[in-house]
Design a binder for this molecule. Structure first.
Ligand SMILES: Cc1ncc(COP(=O)(O)O)c(C=O)c1O
Length: 399
């Protein structure tokens, strides 16, 4: 493999990011402190949402969202099958049931039709759907107004898995995370995502009651605010005055906190979000232009009216017609210094989930999975790297 190997994704960490982390390390706070609060406030402002709650990673964000909604045994979460495992697992952590929805084979997104179909399947097994978790796959945005209408008509909550879509703007001009059509949105700051904190996550919401429940879920189920304390025998002295150390555990919670060290990196990275988005959009535009005449390959689809901040650039390749298996294409590209990845194996095919429902067939997800390939896309890529990837594909995609 060549030394200038292009991975499918990677972080951009600059000297000012490193300086921000060093400053945090020299401060009094290593765990949750003022930088976490500042990161939450800056993130909420940037997304155009009332509240943002920082947490340990995107998986913790999704789990906390399920805890905040009191998802439990007997509750069904509808999740698209083309996603990372964590979307479905979040409901299982709470012993909720997962019903997988199919996706549009061109985009990998859950659609109003596939949500409706999953709701019908849920009722058919005598269960009630309580929450839908649309995934904004690769940074493209699901049809949230339509999904939310269907969800609300069926008495369901809506939690967006926005881990791929930091900075994406919908056709009405709302940034993903503004929660215009949802109860909560969850983000990840894993290094291949749009901004990085190492591990890290955020949940956004406009609902102050959900904010309280989320904060409790990510910090041991504990509350400290005077207004939230319910047991005077525990929290007050004989005269009814609040004890300075008072705290109560009101629900089972986790240590899912973000540290100030990570928040320092997040705050610094957030100042560069627009720059990262612009670079990703520019590189995706170059791919669109240069990939339009390759045999057996369809460039990434684009949804009308949206300005996505693409986390992945995913092409569709007809490997059958090409008569070359995907693993061979990936190996030949890797030999030319081009890293690729497959996002994702449909989650309903995983052995764990097959134990829940072995019969389920989702043809859109299968078609999408059979053809998808993620090409390198990250802000430090040069324009000429795109040409290198396209030339490598041109060489490899010959029968
Ligand atoms: C769609 C999706 N949901 C959830 C997650 C979980 O995020 P994290 O890795 O930060 O736990 C990821 C991350 O890979 C993801 O891609």
């Amino acid at each position: 493999m060549s030394s200038d190997f292009l991975p499918y994704g990677r972080q951009q960490i600059d000297d000012d990011d490193i300086a921000a982390v060093a400053e945090a390390l020299r401060s009094d706070y290593l765990t949750t402190g003022p930088r976490v609060t500042a990161f939450e406030e800056a993130f909420a402002t940037r997304m155009g949402v009332k509240r943002a709650i920082a947490c340990a990673n995107g998986t913790a964000a999704l789990h906390a969202a399920m805890l905040a909604l009191d998802i439990g045994p007997g509750d069904v979460a509808i999740v698209p099958s083309i996603t990372f495992l964590a979307t479905a697992n979040a409901a299982r952590f709470c012993n909720g049931w997962v019903m997988f929805a199919d996706v549009d084979p061109a985009t990998g997104l859950m659609t109003p039709e596939s949500l409706t179909e999953a709701i019908i399947r849920t009722h058919a097994i005598g269960m009630t759907p309580r929450v839908v978790i649309p995934v904004h796959y690769a940074g493209q945005i699901c049809d949230m107004p339509a999904l939310s209408r269907i969800a609300r008509d069926n008495g369901m909550f809506i939690v967006e898995d926005a881990c791929h879509a930091l900075g994406s703007i919908d056709s009405e001009g709302f940034t993903v995370g503004a929660c215009e059509d949802s109860d909560m949105a969850c983000f990840s700051f894993h290094p291949v995502k749009t901004i990085a904190t190492g591990e890290g996550g955020m949940i956004t919401t406009n609902d102050p009651e959900l904010e309280k429940r989320l904060r409790r879920a990510v910090c041991h189920g504990m509350v400290r605010e005077e207004a939230d304390l319910t047991d005077p025998g525990l929290s007050c002295d004989a005269e009814g005055t609040r004890l300075p150390w008072a705290y109560e555990m009101q629900a089972l919670g986790y240590n899912y906190r973000l540290s100030d060290i990570q928040a320092a990196l997040g705050l610094s990275q957030l100042t560069k979000l627009d720059q990262f988005i612009a670079r990703r959009r520019h590189l995706a535009g170059l791919y669109d232009e240069q990939l339009n005449d390759l045999s057996h390959l369809t460039p990434m689809s684009h949804l009308v009216g949206q300005s996505p901040s693409l986390h992945l650039y995913v092409v569709q390749i007809d490997f059958e017609a090409l008569n070359k298996p995907r693993q061979q294409v990936m190996a030949e590209l890797a030999n030319k210094g081009v890293g690729t990845q497959v996002h994702y194996i449909p989650v309903h095919h995983q052995p764990y989930y097959k134990r829940l429902d072995a019969e389920l067939e989702l043809p859109g997800s299968d078609t999408f999975y059979a053809r998808c390939l993620s090409l390198p896309l990250f802000p430090t890529m040069k324009d000429k790297d795109v040409t290198r990837v396209v030339n490598a594909l041109r060489d490899v995609l010959v029968e």
